[in-house]
Ligand binder design. Structure first.
Ligand code: AQP
Length: 334
């Protein structure tokens, strides 16, 4: 049976990267009628410092962003991770299956811990093991993610395989990552070699779901580019990371291929392309922004939706977790 699971960290404002790489895909999967479970992964967010009030606000805001973008809590399960205890419980069990060496090889760990690994939280190191638990807790079969999370889904497969092998069972299915579309890796507007990220210190590097139309237009106008006009063909984007990024963003927002975008704008300078991109971005983002603002007027309603989603998620997770304990030899007598 197909079951989709994915999550986003409420570690800041959702970005255009999160939207194009993940959230928009989440909505498509829901609309295809597949069972979909979406999680605001607050336990992941605290692997780096989060101010408690800000985290609460960002979690509600991210929930509003999901709903505004088209996630329907009647058709998808939408909740925040810490309300379903099974995530932390299964993560511990998976910590005892996964190997240190596997975690050490994760590029996100290397990027985020940098040269200061001694000072990183233990949670940041174990991040991929918690992510594996998130997915395996529901026996999810597909995980829509951006490019950057592909390695973590592959690790999840390794953990599932090792568990099944060690305990001689065929219990955890192997999940597949689903990486689709023209914007699986949206880059920073300030540096075309860096991923657009909600935790980038420069707000100008990203477009937030909470940005006003003016802010969006200004960030696109100021995006770093080279002085050349756009090429006629994809090959012409070689070595032009910033130009490629803007073309990919345009393509993803317009539902076109990058080649089609170049067919339209090849030979034009950024003086013409950037305003067209800004108009397009505003036309897609503004309705989402307006709906988010409306939903944020009633945070109690958002909390109610997350609470109900957590109950539904728990009903799926609990039996799978209980079975895992049993397989591993824990006495369960209450
Ligand atoms: N720039 C991006 N382009 C395409 N997809 C992206 N995703 C993130 N950034 C981009 C996808 O969004 C989903 C949620 O990501 P996350 O919040 O769990 O963490 P992340 O990948 O580490 O994203 P950020 O925005 O960079 O967060 P911070 O700054 O807090 O670490 C994932 O599917 C991801 O692939």
């Amino acid at each position: 049976k197909r079951r989709i699971f994915s999550g986003i960290q409420p570690s800041g404002n959702l970005t255009l990267g999160n939207y194009l790489g993940a959230l928009r895909r989440f909505v498509e999967k829901q609309d295809e009628g597949i069972e979909t479970i979406y999680c605001l992964v607050d336990l992941h967010a605290i692997t780096v410092w989060q101010d408690p009030d800000a985290l609460r606000h960002q979690t509600r805001e991210a929930a509003a962003g999901f709903i505004a973008a088209g996630i329907d809590p009647e058709r998808s399960i939408l909740f925040n991770q810490s309300q379903v205890g099974g995530h932390a419980e299964l993560a511990w069990l998976m910590n005892c299956v996964a190997r240190m060496g596997w975690m050490n090889r994760m590029t996100q760990w290397k990027d985020k811990a940098g040269k200061n690994a001694e000072k990183a939280s233990l949670g940041l190191f174990a991040y991929p093991s918690l992510m594996a638990a998130d997915i395996l807790l529901y026996h999810a079969t597909e995980v829509p993610v951006g490019e950057d999370q592909k390695q973590h889904v592959e690790l999840t497969r390794d953990i599932a395989a090792k568990f099944n092998h060690d305990y001689k069972v065929d219990f955890f299915p192997q999940p597949d990552s689903v990486i689709e579309g023209a914007a699986t890796r949206v880059m920073s507007l300030r540096d075309g070699t860096k991923k657009m990220s909600k935790s980038d210190p420069s707000d100008a590097s990203r477009i937030n779901l909470t940005d006003s139309p003016d802010a969006i237009a200004k960030k696109i106008r100021k995006a770093v580019t080279d002085p050349e006009p756009l090429p006629e063909t994809l090959e012409g984007l070689e070595g032009r990371a910033e130009a490629r990024n803007l073309v990919n963003i345009y393509a993803a927002l317009a539902g076109k291929t990058p080649a089609e975008v170049l067919g339209e704008y090849g030979g034009e300078g950024f003086g013409k392309f950037k305003p067209a991109l800004a108009d397009l971005a505003v036309s897609v983002m503004e309705p989402i922004n307006a709906e988010m603002n409306r939903l944020m007027q009633d945070p109690a309603e958002i909390d109610r939706i997350l609470g109900r989603g957590a109950e539904q998620a728990d009903a799926i997770a609990r039996p799978i977790l209980e079975k895992t304990y049993e397989i591993m030899g824990m006495v369960r007598s209450r």
